[in-house]
Write a protein that binds this ligand. Sequence first.
Ligand SMILES: [Zn+2]
Length: 461
Amino acid sequence: MFSKEWFFYVFGRWVVISGIAGAIVQYLFTDTLGLKTIPAFLLNQFCLACVFWYVDRLIFKKHFSENLLSFFHFPRIKTTYGLKEQFDKVSQEYEDLKFKITQSPDKPQAWLNEFVDLEHTVEMMERLLRERNIDIDREYDRVAKENLKKGYYFPRAKEKKSTGRKPSRFLETLEKEILLCDGAMGTYLRSKGFGADVCLEALNLEKPGVVKGIHAEYIEAGARIIETNTFEANRFKLEKYGLAGKVRQINIMGARIAKEASAGRVFVAGSVGNLGRLISPYGEVSLVDAHDVFSEQIRSLAEGGADIILLETMTSFLEAKEVVLVCKEISDLPIICQLTFTDEGVTLYGDRLADCFYELEKLGADVVGLNCSLGPRMMIKLLKSLPPHFKGKISVQPNADLPRYKDGSSEYSIDPQYFMQCAQDIKDLGVNIIGGCCGTTPAHIREMAKVVVGPPKNREQ
Ligand SMILES: [Zn+2]
């Protein structure tokens, strides 16, 4: 839990800042006031502790409102790991797992965390090897064959691609055309007067007409995919409004309202947002619980008749991977999986954009992409860093720039005209789906509809 990086981060910072502050306090209290060295030092440390406590609380609360302590489970410093460091890490995680297993061999739940840690670290090692163009698959096959000879295990039947999957009109269309998705639901609803204390997803039950009206506005503006009003309709998030028991109803209704509005004219994407809590090892939520919460929502969206499952604003690769696997388990609906990245092209937990795209595509996401947090220009920059040989389909849904807070509500600065120009550039990058996230409105979609038409561009050109 308290990794080497964690100590570097916490104590490294402490040492540097306390060194500087120590000198100041030494000067002020010891010299000016004539205080003895040790009381002055203790006073200095006490002042520092207060400052750190306050700053940390301020910063961490903003990002980790759920659980302050969960922050300390993961190193925040950014280091580029070499193979050697990663090897040491794998060995360390392996030892941790071994130790945990020997302590309670019959209780897998007790060592699940250590197992996930190890799996995650091995995965990072794999990426480092791939970056160095090492053919892991061949080596993997060779070792597997050897182990098989020794009778260590029986291999699973080789997975066949696209077995028995129903042909999907959506996927067929995507081969031929670039598709325009709708704009924001959440921020648009808020702009229509639903305050910050209103559970927007509950409007599916309370004011279905309003939600349907927004879908209609987006369809009229030219969207060919509309997203259900279910972004935050998972058990964890609805709990805050005392609506944990209504997950199924809210999602089924969300899908039905969109279906009605669509009347077969556009595709209905069941929107699934992030959990709003961190999955172990970053936080307290176990993979098992994450699985259950996601599957409850996705099952309901499928039941309500969604044509596609659109996973969006996923905060880490781990979360995205889990939710894609849940989708595959539940239905054979097409999957779009979008994560949120910082302007450095990594998730909050350091997963790199290209790594996420490649891995999620391999896991079975039909379309991978990015949404929220960034405006269109920054997304274009990030997409340009994606290797041209990436063969998967891509979706992009930028915000209308970063929000500015004015009189208690958020304002977005990018106007529809500018958004259209950006859409043209995004299209030129060979993207398959373009839409809008926070702050975008039917006006943005109407402008984008002018350019988001025709066959997708070839990415390798
Ligand atoms: Zn957004």
